[in-house]
Design a protein around this ligand. Structure first.
Ligand SMILES: [Zn+2]
Length: 481
């Protein structure tokens, strides 16, 4: 049995009683306390009501062995400390032994992070450079060139006992890895993510990475340095490989934005010379690498730029128009529509939950009547139960959204400003493109489809405004009648 566990062919041990595991209590205790947790094996003793997965029982397992284990005091202390850490984490208090670059511990409360203005400026600069189209390497070079101390150097200068993971040089410089760590860290959104690693219990020092769902993430734990929108744009850019313009530090304005509409591969930029003139064009990389598309979907770069610029201008003018309508109808009218819409969705979901619950009940009758087998009953019952749980999750999210809208009594449409502030745009630049555009798809017939950022917000706002105009029309009719 141990062999199978070691080879990972089994991950759960079930015994009738604890005594079945071994005659020797000390030896048995060793497996339950050390061996199984370190291998991630679940242990169940049916008659003793022991299940290692149930956290509230973790101590009960120990009871039969308690007087045999002389280090129980040590364990209790360890548990107490772990619980204390957990409580602090859930409160959003900072417990790691060094602050993250951009933040420092509050002098009044060492568990609270506050912004370190000097470093925070550098964090903002790094995000801005990425959006401008700089690669990770170029950002690192830029920072080193201007003598900006790297996070490790900065800590050293500030007399912190921070231990740097990359100490290959006596003076550590910025590198692509340290820039990436900053660009991907959600701490800058005001989130505190802790408890990513844990040791199964106090006897095992080895740390194990925990599943993301077990992390303790606290939002609004401290002041954010970067906005959510900006962070999301950067994550998208990091996931797309982009070519930099030869001889320059930045990428082409539309780099990483083009995708083949037919095979969904990225489009790559190429240059060719015809009659002493250079032509630049994009082609489907799926076709280039002999997978997916049969044709190369080749499209001229300059023509593309013009089309994209026109599309951006059109989109901006629509948002400007929406903004005027929004002001005309007033925020309150739109908030009312929003709440009404959520109420409708809530109603629909509640009806659906009732329906699923009825199905689940009928299922039992079907089983009793012998229409379905016991196995079919169990698997279908599980499916209905899952469905009901996911509907209930949607309902509670909608309820929360509803409360938030009513509590704030303000309309968050900061996304509209991003379009409006570019209303006089005359040429494409990287910042404009990545702020407003999600992706551009090119189809075989050379038609293009541009997906703008905030597409959902745009469609919703349009819906609200249409509804507001309908309501107003109706009010007028009533008055006339
Ligand atoms: Zn393709």
């Amino acid at each position: 049995m141990l062999q199978e566990l070691k080879e990972g062919r089994a991950n759960c041990v079930i015994v009738k009683d604890l005594s079945r595991l071994g005659r020797d209590y000390i030896e048995t205790g060793k497996y339950i306390e050390k061996v199984f947790p370190s291998m991630g094996v679940r242990f169940i003793a049916i008659n003793d009501h022991v299940d290692s997965l149930r956290k509230d029982q973790a101590d009960e397992i120990i009871i039969p062995f308690k007087n045999l284990i002389n280090d129980s005091y040590c364990r209790e202390l360890s548990n107490k400390l772990r619980n204390q850490f957990r409580i602090q984490r859930q409160n959003g208090e900072f417990i790691a032994n060094f602050a993250f670059y951009g933040y420092m511990r509050s002098p009044e409360d060492k568990h609270q992070l506050i912004i370190d203005e000097a470093a925070a400026e550098i964090v903002k600069l790094i995000f801005a450079k990425k959006i401008e189209g700089y690669s990770l390497d170029k950002i690192a070079m830029y920072l080193n060139q201007y003598g900006v101390p790297s996070p490790c150097e900065y800590k050293k200068k500030n007399g912190s006992n921070y231990v740097c993971a990359f100490k290959e040089r006596s003076q550590s410089l910025w590198g692509a890895a340290s820039v990436r760590r900053i660009l991907t860290n959600r701490i800058y959104l005001g989130y505190l993510e802790q408890g990513k690693m844990s040791s199964p219990n106090y006897k095992i020092k080895k740390l194990k990475a925990k599943d993301e769902e077990d992390w303790v993430i606290v939002k609004d734990a401290h002041e954010a340095i970067i906005t959510e929108d900006c962070f999301q744009v950067v994550q998208k850019l990091l996931s797309r490989d982009t070519q930099t313009v030869p001889g320059r530090d930045t990428v082409y304005p539309l780099s990483g934005m083009f995708f083949c509409g037919d095979c969904h591969e990225s489009m790559t930029r190429y240059k060719s010379k015809r009659r002493d003139k250079y032509f630049q064009y994009y082609i489907c990389s799926g076709n280039k690498h002999k997978r997916g598309c049969a044709s190369n979907h080749s499209i001229d770069v300059d023509k593309m730029h013009e089309k994209v610029l026109n599309a951006i201008k059109l989109q901006i003018s629509m948002v400007v128009e929406m903004e005027e309508l929004r002001k005309m109808y007033g925020n309150q009218a739109i908030i009312n529509i929003k709440v009404k819409r959520i109420d409708e969705l809530l109603e629909q979901n509640r009806i659906e939950v009732n329906k699923q619950q009825e199905f689940r009940m009928k299922l039992y009758e079907n089983k009793v009547d012998g229409i379905i087998t016991h196995e079919e009953y169990l698997s279908m019952k599980q499916r209905y139960t899952d469905k009901i749980a996911s509907l209930q999750k949607i309902i509670s999210e909608l309820e929360q959204e509803r409360t938030e809208i009513l509590d704030s009594s303000e309309l968050n449409c900061s996304w509209m400003q991003k379009f409006i502030e570019n209303r006089n745009v005359t040429e494409l630049d990287r910042q404009l493109v990545v702020t407003l555009i999600d992706k551009i798809e090119i189809f075989e017939d050379k038609s293009i489809e541009i997906t703008f950022n905030f597409k959902d917000e745009f469609l919703l706002m349009r819906e609200y405004l249409l509804k507001a105009s309908e309501d107003q029309e109706r009010a007028k009719e009533v008055r006339h009648a």
